[in-house]
Write a protein that binds this ligand. Structure first.
Ligand code: BGC
Length: 721
């Protein structure tokens, strides 16, 4: 006991020394910044507040202050555009293409978030970038949002855990993450004009927690303001979002960067918290130079005329310089990054393997046994199309991209014959082509195993913006139906081969109601990055046991989802009221008793898990500890995401049926069991009280629901406070 105390004492002493030295370092940096600002002219200061090219903001060469080099983001470093907007040919910009945001979130593995961030940060660094424009963490509100594939989840807790890991991973490589799009940018339809309104409670409980965690736990260096308006004021210079919440409540110390062409007004930009204006060349017609931006020469004039205090400008410059000092830009101390390495590709593979979700495996057709198969028919153009270039600003030139067809061929080797049938054409408005269907059916009939790969698409040529794309920036999907007449193809294939395996690409749910009762096996593939095809093949053939879980609910029909049922998506006269309030995703499905097609948190495994002995104990300070035992009761090793939801029994105000408050991904050998502990604090039991304007936890009883998905609760206990 004595030696324990001695150790604890020396540890505390060490921690206090570290904290004191960090404080001293901060103070020294702040002093250096003050000295630099003291030497700058107003013109030089203002030059730092706006773009100096498509992806740089201004520096002050005289004082050794470099330009800030930025790049998209968020699942790889964007194809090089130099100082303009055209793709620059002949540079080494073919790099690692990671699984996109919702694939990463489907791993439910924050450690992979960190590894994802490390790859991104390291490659951005190697490409000479200081800021990588990501992660994008807006709530997945409607299945139609064209950018859902970049975002993470419908649940703020899952977003928080994955975003914090990603940001730390990026920033530990010496570059800055740029958290986007702050805030309420949940659709692409009218994104540049729409005015979003929601209750304070919805804002605090659903739309902000991910951003808050990214700032306060992730320590993100920069934040991007969104395109839309929020409660009548542009998000990129919104006083409440930026000054009141981000900078004051959350004590954010870095710069706010506007989305590209999201700035509209000099005075608001000056006073409402914007620090760097980017991309306004798109909205100024004619464009006469970067100094004509809203935060350009006009600001210099206003300061010179004494109409704006210089200290307000100094604060903006200070925030930019802080980021520069923090990321080794001022003393050039940043360690070297690495680009397009084998290790990075292996990380992309590992994430993809944990991201793919086994939605249905009714007849246990999966995993396939290679020994029993002579011919595989792969059907569907999505098995053949690459995706890296697609989607808009997140486009990547990948070193390579293993498509599903290639992945299946890789694993089949020369013992299994793999035939391919296109099945459908990828063209807006294309209907089912009878000839292609006939060829697909013929191939299916001759094969032992049929794998259909279809669903949504990205555009795929980096020179062509969003060509035929559904999962893409600047556009929402028109509906939730399979494009290109695929329902007809699938029905024909299933009629010919009832055991056909369905593999679905895309950034979210798709209406499967026409054939789901007939399909025995369904796999959600997302956009899983450059190694996606190999990851898929490893899962289909049982080399990898699937462990992905849906980070969003899959409704049966679009009409079943909350913003379409209760909200006014896509908005009325450019006003978008989030009238479904806090009832987003499973909070809606569970509370309103609507059955989803596949529930939030759902995902099957080739093994089985037993949940037992859930116990919950209330502790001091409104804390509680839950323990339970998880056992792998099947024959193969596997991972389970154990999800803990909280339900207040008799709440004073309406609360969702249940809310995710903790989860753990646990890897177990066959027969192995493990005791799992969840530590909960008051945040797990609280709601946002609009009258008191704060989080409140009422005394009462709370059910602790632990399970394998939001619908598959295996153990329940109650705790009282
Ligand atoms: C997108 C951002 C992106 C920026 C720069 C905007 O259109 O909304 O996510 O980072 O362009 O490419």
């Amino acid at each position: 006991m004595k030696s324990y105390h001695k150790h604890l004492k020396s540890l505390l002493f060490f921690v206090s020394i570290c904290m004191a030295s960090a404080k001293a370092q901060d103070a020294a940096t702040e002093q250096k910044i003050t000295d630099l600002i003291g030497k700058m002219t107003i013109e030089e200061k203002v030059n730092m507040l706006h773009a100096s090219s498509s992806f740089t903001s201004g520096g002050v060469p005289r004082l050794g202050i470099p330009e800030l080099q930025m790049s998209d983001g968020p699942h790889g470093v964007r194809v090089e555009q130099g100082r303009g907007w055209n793709v620059v040919e002949g540079v080494n910009d073919a790099g690692t293409y990671l699984p996109t945001g919702n694939a990463l979130a489907a791993t439910w593995n924050p450690a992979l978030g960190y590894q994802f961030g490390s790859v991104l940060g390291s490659e951005a660094n190697a490409r000479g970038k200081d800021v990588i424009l990501g992660p994008g963490i807006n709530i997945i509100r409607t299945p139609l949002n064209g950018r859902n594939f970049e975002y993470l989840s419908e649940d703020p807790y899952l977003i928080s855990k994955m975003a914090v890991g990603t940001i730390k991973g990026i920033q530990d490589q010496g570059v800055s993450a740029c958290l986007k799009h702050y805030a309420a940018n949940n659709q692409e339809t009218n994104r540049m004009t729409i005015d979003v309104n929601m209750s304070e409670r919805a804002l605090r409980e659903i739309y902000l927690p991910g951003f808050k965690a990214a700032v306060m736990e992730g320590g993100v260096n920069t934040v991007m303001g969104a395109y839309n308006k929020f409660r009548g004021q542009w998000a990129s210079h919104n006083y409440y979002l930026l000054n009141t919440i981000l900078k004051r409540e959350w004590a954010f110390k870095g710069p706010v960067i506007s989305d590209w062409a999201a700035t509209h007004n000099t005075i608001e930009a000056i006073y409402n918290g914007l620090d760097i204006e980017m991309g306004t060349e798109f909205s100024l017609k004619p464009f006469k130079g970067y100094n004509t931006f809203y935060l350009g020469d006009t600001v210099t004039t206003l300061v010179k005329e004494g109409k704006v205090k210089e200290s307000i400008i100094d604060d903006k410059v200070r925030r930019i310089l802080r980021t520069m000092f923090k990321t080794g830009m001022m003393d050039k101390s940043r360690k070297a990054g690495s680009f397009a390495t084998k290790e990075h590709q292996q990380t992309a593979l590992k994430i993809a393997e944990e991201a793919i979700v086994l939605l249905k495996n009714e007849a246990k057709i999966l995993p396939l046994s290679a020994k029993k198969i002579k011919t595989i028919a792969v059907i569907g153009l999505n098995a053949f199309r690459p995706n890296a270039y697609g989607g808009g600003s997140s486009q990547i030139k990948a070193t390579y991209e293993i498509t599903p067809l290639e992945g299946i061929k890789n694993i089949a080797g020369d013992k299994i014959k793999v035939v391919y049938a296109q099945g459908y054409n990828v063209e807006r408005g294309a209907k089912a082509d009878a000839k292609l269907i006939a060829a697909a059916v013929a191939a299916a009939k001759k094969a032992d195993v049929v794998i259909y790969v279809g669903g949504w698409v990205h555009g795929y040529d980096y020179k062509v913006w969003s060509d035929n794309a559904y999962d893409a920036e600047d556009t929402d999907k028109p509906d939730m139906n399979f494009p290109f007449g695929q329902d007809e193809v699938i029905k024909a294939v299933l009629a010919a081969k009832p055991n056909a395996i369905m593999v679905l690409t895309g950034g979210g749910p798709i209406d499967m109601t026409q054939w789901i009762d007939k399909a025995k096996t369904i796999v959600q593939f997302w956009y899983p990055g450059m190694e996606g095809g190999n990851a898929l093949a490893n899962i289909l053939f049982g080399k990898i046991n699937p462990s992905g879980k849906l980070p969003m609910s899959f409704p049966k029909k679009l009409e079943d989802s909350a913003p379409h049922k209760l909200g006014n998506y896509p908005g009325f006269k450019l006003v978008q009221n989030y009238t479904e309030d806090i009832y987003v995703g499973y909070r809606y499905f569970d509370t309103y008793k609507v059955a989803p097609q596949f529930a939030f948190g759902h995902g099957l495994s080739y093994t089985t898990f037993n949940y037992a002995d859930l116990k919950v104990m209330a502790g001091a300070d409104k804390k509680a500890t839950a323990t339970l035992t998880l056992k792998n009761t099947g024959k193969v090793a596997g991972a389970e995401v154990v999800q803990l939801y909280v339900k207040e029994q008799n709440p004073k105000i309406d609360r969702p049926e249940k809310e995710l408050k903790s989860f753990k991904k646990v890897f177990l050998q066959p027969g192995e069991s493990q005791q799992i502990t969840f530590d909960l604090d008051a945040t797990a039991f609280s709601y946002y009280d609009e009258i008191q304007a704060k989080w409140v936890m009422d005394a009462g009883k709370f059910d602790i629901l632990v399970g394998s998905s939001s619908k598959d609760i295996r153990q329940t206990a109650t705790v009282a406070f």
